[in-house]
Design a protein around this ligand. Structure first.
Ligand SMILES: Nc1nc2c(ncn2[C@@H]2O[C@H](COP(=O)(O)OP(=O)(O)OP(=O)(O)O)[C@@H](O)[C@H]2O)c(=O)[nH]1
Ligand SMILES: [Mg+2]
Length: 279
C-alpha cells in the first residue's frame, strides 16, 4: 500500500478527530518525505535489505513486525503529550520496594551497558512530550536510579542505570531484583551499541534475561554513527546470534538513532502494540 494513500487516510482520521490520540503533526511531515527518505527514517532495516544479496535475505527477519504507516501514525499520537494525555516523569527508585505501585501497568523497561544510549532513546521516544526531562550524559554511569515515566493512563516506561563501567554499586541488587520480581513488566528492551556490537558486558544482560525467562527485544543504538556497510555487518551478525543463541529474544532487531530519529517511529509503534494500545 502506498504512503500517499496512508496520508489521506490518516488525514481523514484526524479530521474526524477520532480517538483519544490521533496522528501527531510531526508525523504528517514525515509522510510528506520522498519515498526513499521515508523508508530510511521509518523502516531502517528495509533500507538495509536493499543492499543484501537475494539469497541472504531470509536471515534478516524484517517482516515479523511490519505495521502500516497509518498504524505508525496512530502510535506517534500515543507518544504525544496533550492536556488530556500527559506523558510525565513519575518517580525514581533505587530499590524495588520504592518503585511505584503495581496498579499501573508497567510494561516496558530499557536496559543496557552504561553509555549505550538508554536515556537518549527514551528522550527520543518522548520528543513529542518536550516537557518531560530525561537526563543524558557523555559520561558513562550517569543514570543512578530506576526512573519511571508514565504515558498517560496507558503504561509506564522505566529508564535503568547501565551496567559495566562506573555502574552504581547497588546495580545488581537494583536491576536484577527488578527484572526478576517486577510482576507488571511485560517487555524488556535490551540496548546494544551498533558501532561495537555485542560486548562481554552485554552478555551479562542477555544471560540475565535468558535466566529469568523474560521476553526481551534487542535494540541497536547510535546507527547514525555507522556506515551502511558496517551497520549491515553488525545487523547480520547480531541477527545470527539472536537466532542461534537465545530463547527469549524477539527475532526482529530494532535499529535506532536518537540523533536522526531513524527507527524511532517504528519502535513507538511496536511499544504501542505490545502494550495493547494500537487501536
Ligand atoms: N551519535 C549518537 N549518539 C548517541 C545516540 N544515543 C546516545 N548517544 C550519546 O551517547 C552518550 C550516552 O548517552 P545516554 O543516553 O546518557 O546513555 P545511557 O545508556 O543512558 O548511559 P547511563 O545512564 O550512563 O547508563 C551521550 O553522549 C549521547 O549523546 C545516538 O543515537 N547517536
Ligand atoms: Mg542513562
Amino acid at each position: 500500500r502506498g504512503w500517499a494513500e496512508a496520508v489521506s487516510e490518516v488525514t481523514a482520521a484526524r479530521e474526524r478527530g477520532s480517538g483519544a490520540y490521533s496522528m501527531s503533526q510531526p508525523f504528517a511531515e514525515v509522510l510528506r518525505l520522498p519515498q526513499r527518505q521515508l523508508t530510511k527514517l521509518v523502516f531502517p532495516l528495509q533500507e538495509l535489505e536493499r543492499h543484501l544479496a537475494p539469497d541472504t535475505r531470509p536471515s534478516l527477519r524484517l517482516r515479523l513486525f511490519e505495521p502500516s504507516l497509518e498504524a505508525i501514525a496512530r502510535a506517534d499520537g500515543l507518544f504525544t503529550s496533550t492536556a488530556w494525555h500527559r506523558i510525565e516523569y513519575v518517580s525514581s527508585a533505587v530499590r524495588l520496594d520504592h518503585a511505584p505501585g503495581l496498579l499501573r501497568p508497567e510494561k516496558v523497561c530499557f536496559i543496557g551497558r552504561s553509555n549505550v544510549g538508554k536515556s537518549s532513546l527514551l528522550k527520543a521516544l518522548f520528543s513529542l512530550a518536550p516537557e518531560v526531562e530525561v537526563r543524558i550524559s557523555k559520561t558513562p554511569g550517569h543514570t543512578k536510579k530506576m526512573n519511571f515515566f508514565k504515558v498517560g493512563k496507558y503504561f509506564t516506561m522505566v529508564d535503568m542505570p547501565g551496567y559495566g563501567y562506573r555502574a552504581p554499586e547497588d546495580f545488581v541488587d537494583m536491576v536484577e531484583t527488578y527484572l526478576k520480581e517486577r510482576r507488571n513488566l511485560t517487555r524488556t528492551f535490551l540496548l546494544v551499541d551498533s558501532v561495537v556490537g555485542i560486548q562481554k558486558t552485554d552478555s551479562i544482560a542477555i544471560e540475565m534475561c535468558e535466566e529469568f525467562a523474560l521476553p526481551y527485544v534487542m535494540v541497536l543504538t547510535k546507527i547514525d554513527k555507522c556506515s551502511k556497510g558496517h551497520l549491515l555487518k553488525q545487523v547480520l551478525q547480531i541477527q545470527k546470534f539472536v537466532d542461534t543463541q537465545t530463547q527469549g529474544c524477539f527475532p526482529q532487531l530494532f535499529p535506532v538513532s536518537a540523533v536522526t530519529y531513524s527507527g524511532i517511529h517504528l519502535l513507538k509503534c511496536f511499544i504501542a502494540n505490545i502494550t495493547g494500545n494500537l487501536r
